[in-house]
Structures are given as C-alpha cells and as structure tokens.
Ligand binder design. Structure first.
Ligand SMILES: [Zn+2]
Length: 498
C-alpha cells in the first residue's frame, strides 16, 4: 500500500474551531493517522511538506450543473424562469464531447478553488444516455475529483408546467416551444435505468443519482418512477424545490398545497433526498424534510443572481434539516467558488433580521460546506473532515498569503476572508490534483483550445434557439412575475407590520 505523509501543516478542526500543528499519514486514499510533528512514517512513504500551510477538508459542492460551464456569463438579468427559457440556447446541440469538456472545465475550476467533490445535476437533451453520463463521469475521473452525477430529467416542458404560460404565447411561439416537449416518462425512466444498471465507475469516486428536475415539471408517475429507481439502485434523489416564488405559487395552484407537502404525500422524502434551493419552504415543509432526514443544498449566490430570494438556513437547521452548500451551475452562479458560496451563506443569513443569535455562525457555514454537503452526496463519514478513516481530500492554503495575515481565527477567516486565492495544493484521495497552484491531471492548454472551438460551434448551431429566447423573453418575463405577484405568505423570520 502506498503511504504519504503530509508534514508540518496546521490542521483545521472546523467543529472545534481550532488548529493544531500535525503530520497526517495517508495510506492509499485514506487518512490513517494524525500525529504530532515529526511522527514516524513507514519506509518508502512519500513526504510532502505542508509547512506554512493551513490544511482544511476539501469543500463539497452540494449542487451544480456540469453541462452549464460553457454558459458562464451568457446572461445577466435572468430570473429562474428566464434561465429556463434560455435553456435550449444554452444546452442544445451538445455532443458527448461537449458534455465531457463542459464538465471537465467546471471540475478544473472547482479543484483550483478548493472543492474536492460535487453533486452534479447533468442535463442531456432529449434523453439522458449512458454515453453522455459516462462522459460526465469520465471528466471527473480524469480531473481526479469526486462527484455524484445525476441525470436531470422531466416529462413536461417548462411551458406546460407553468399555469397559463402556453396560452400567453402568440401561436407562432406556441409552435416554437412545442418541439421542446420532453420524451415520454417511460422512455426517460428506461434510459436512466440503463445508465444505473451499467454504471462502471468506482462509486467511492463517481457515483450516479437521479434528479427529477422540478416537481411540477414532472408527472406524479414520473416522480414515483425516479424515486423507485433511486431506491432500487441505492442512489440519491435530487430536485429543485421551492426555488423561485413562481415555483412556490405554481405548487399551490397545481397541487393545492406546497411542493414539499406533495412530495411527502407521494412518499418520496427520505435521507436519500436533497432539495436544491428551498428558498420558499415554509416551516411545515422544513419539518417534513427534517423529520425524513433529508438535505437542502443551499445556493445563496444563485438565489441572489436569479432574484429567487434569501433562504432561511437557520430555520432549516432548527427543523433538523441537513444543510449543504452549493454554487449552482455556471449559467446562473456564474463561478464555481465554494469559498464564495460559504461566505454568501453566512451573509445571507445575517441580512434576514436584527437578532444576531439567529444568524449562521462561520462554523455552521463551514460545516455545511463540508460535512453537510458530504451527507447530501451520500458520502457521510467518508469525506468532509480531516480525521483517521476519512478519505484524504485535503486543501492546503498558503498562510503567507494576505488572506491569512494576520492569523486571527481560522474558521472566521476561512469563511469570511478566503476566496480561493490562497489555495496552493489540493489532494483528493491521497493524490495531488493541484500542486503548487497547477492542476496536475489535465492539460489546460489543450482544454482551452477545445473549449474555444466548442463555444464557437455551439454559438452557430444554437443561433436559432437564441432568437427563440429573444422572442420569448418579453412574454415569459411578464407572465411569470405576474404569477409571482400573488400573495404567498411564508412566515419568515422577524415581525411584519402588514
Ligand atoms: Zn440547479
């Protein structure tokens, strides 16, 4: 067995809020021992100096979209609904190679910014294919990053899912969006089943999951089919729930109660289930999720970028919801920086009311971005901590960097100061994936060339979808905010005068 010893680093214990100088002995991909500086190592162990480095557990991104990485910066004033309208422009005409490149690019950005694992809701039009999912999984494998790859699916189009939207479109546009209807529930379920059955990657590195994208974009039978597959193959289930106010209002209109109440009625909640966003969850919804051991992937950056709102992470924690933190995809985030996501999670909590005792602490934000996200990915007890028995997913920060001068408090500085610029090296499963600020596993020059070529080809191929977006924008951009004007009372934190 290969041994590595990381010598002389300052090891962060997030839960304790403290650091300790220590040597970390790694056997294969797992942390074996943490001892005082100068600890003995087996003969032949590779020694890596971590002098002047703060070592923290790799950050875990609980929600992103690998297919979105070629779309960074494509939009500005997009609501969630305008983003969904732009979907075909962003993701049409993908080949398996583009799927690979897009996912690889995101993985490279994440590892350079201290993130060692992610939950990727990957979209392929019209159907997920074993080939497309293999390309996405291969991209993580090639970078050396851990991931959960979940095909993101629906059996209704956005235009069929939003009350009155199709009718609001002039008839040429109705014809334009008719081609965007997804295939039947049976066809999609069969495609996912094939992918899950034939999964060939080591599940400790890259595992599959299932992502019925948004509850009301899916028939009940389809959601039940997805949940059944997740249980049969022992994988996660992940859905965008209560993300925008339009979604929350639509849930009430379509189901007569909230999306989460509906999912509970269907019997699909459980510890394998992750809600993405959860901005508009009410206290009963949070209790439903907490009682079922479910997770929320809190994406504060995306929630602000799309104007979805400010999720109440404190209320979630009070209902024993497992809290993870994510960036969301590059089409709506737009970077993949988990330090920024942690920082925003802290800030978003702090703007919600004057009672500072209810604000998230930096410790809670950092735990959510490590152990909390790890549990959402199904990796509880394996990643998210630097401790014996855990995988050696370790980020090394330069303590000489201005971010750490002076060194006052490790967790406050990790969450409120660090932005990724002090990341020097990143180890995943005992392997240095980033070494002295360079990715060791991917040829970045080659990636750059291939990404530029793909961008050019896609811009030409999707010009028609771009024009369709431009024609749809005024209609969707008026109809959906109109729905969102409906009174919707969530008992938010703090007193209200109305
Ligand atoms: Zn998402």
């Amino acid at each position: 067995m290969r041994h590595t010893i990381l010598r002389g680093g300052l090891v962060l214990d997030i839960a304790a809020g403290s650091t300790e100088p220590a040597d970390i002995l790694i056997e294969g991909d797992t942390i074996r021992e943490i001892g005082p500086p100068g600890s003995a190592a087996p003969d032949g162990a590779v020694e890596i100096s971590a002098a002047c480095r703060l070592l923290h557990p790799g950050l875990v991104n609980a929600h992103t979209h690998g297919h979105g990485n070629l779309a960074k910066g494509m939009g500005d004033r997009w609501t969630l609904e305008l983003l969904l309208t732009a979907g075909p422009w962003i993701v049409a005409n993908r080949t398996p190679e583009v799927e690979y490149l897009s996912t690889l690019l995101g993985a490279v950005e994440m590892v350079l910014k201290g993130c060692t694992a992610c939950y990727d809701l990957s979209f392929e039009w019209p159907l997920p294919t074993p080939e497309g999912l293999t390309q996405a999984a291969q991209a993580y494998g090639d970078v050396g990053m851990r991931a959960v790859v979940a095909p993101m699916v629906a059996d209704r189009s956005f235009y069929d899912a939003i009350p009155g939207l199709l009718e609001a479109l002039p008839s040429p546009l109705q014809k334009g969006v008719a081609q965007l209807r997804p295939p039947s529930a049976e066809a999609t379920i069969a495609a996912i089943r094939d992918a899950l059955r034939d999964w060939s990657f080591d599940r400790d590195r890259v595992r599959p999951a299932v992502a019925p994208t948004i509850p009301h974009h899916c028939s009940d039978a389809f959601i039940l089919g997805c949940a059944e597959l997740a249980r049969e193959f022992d994988v996660g289930l992940h859905s965008h729930v209560a993300e925008s106010k339009v979604q929350a209002v639509t849930g009430i209109r379509v189901y007569g109660h909230t999306q989460t109440a509906h999912l509970e009625t269907l019997g699909v909640l459980g510890s394998y289930f992750t809600v993405a966003h959860g901005v508009w969850l009410d206290p009963d919804d949070m209790k439903r999720l907490g009682d079922n051991g479910a997770s929320v992937a809190h994406n504060p950056g995306s929630n602000m970028r799309l104007g979805s709102g400010l999720a109440d992470a404190r209320a979630m924690l009070e209902q024993r919801v497992n809290l993870g933190i994510g960036t969301d995809g590059a089409s709506c985030a737009d970077n993949q920086n988990m330090y920024e996501a942690m920082r925003l999670a802290s800030f978003v909590s702090k703007v919600q009311g004057p009672d500072w005792r209810r604000w998230l602490t930096t410790r809670e934000a950092a735990l959510a971005a490590t152990e909390g996200s790890a549990r959402a990915l199904g990796f509880a007890g394996k990643i998210g901590r630097i401790a014996p028995g855990y995988k050696a997913d370790i980020v090394m920060l330069d303590l000489d960097h201005p971010n750490w001068l002076p060194f006052n408090d490790p967790v406050n500085q990790l969450v409120h100061v660090e932005d990724g610029t002090a990341v020097v090296s990143v180890m995943i499963g005992g392997r240095l994936v980033v070494d002295n600020r360079r990715v060791t596993t991917v040829d970045l020059d080659r990636l750059r060339t291939r990404v530029a070529a793909a961008r050019e080809r896609l811009a030409a191929a999707n010009a028609g979808y771009r024009r369709l977006y431009e024609a749809l924008e005024p209609v969707v951009g008026s109809h959906c905010p109109g729905l969102a004007r409906a009174p919707y009372h969530v008992h938010r934190y703090g007193a209200r005068l109305d």
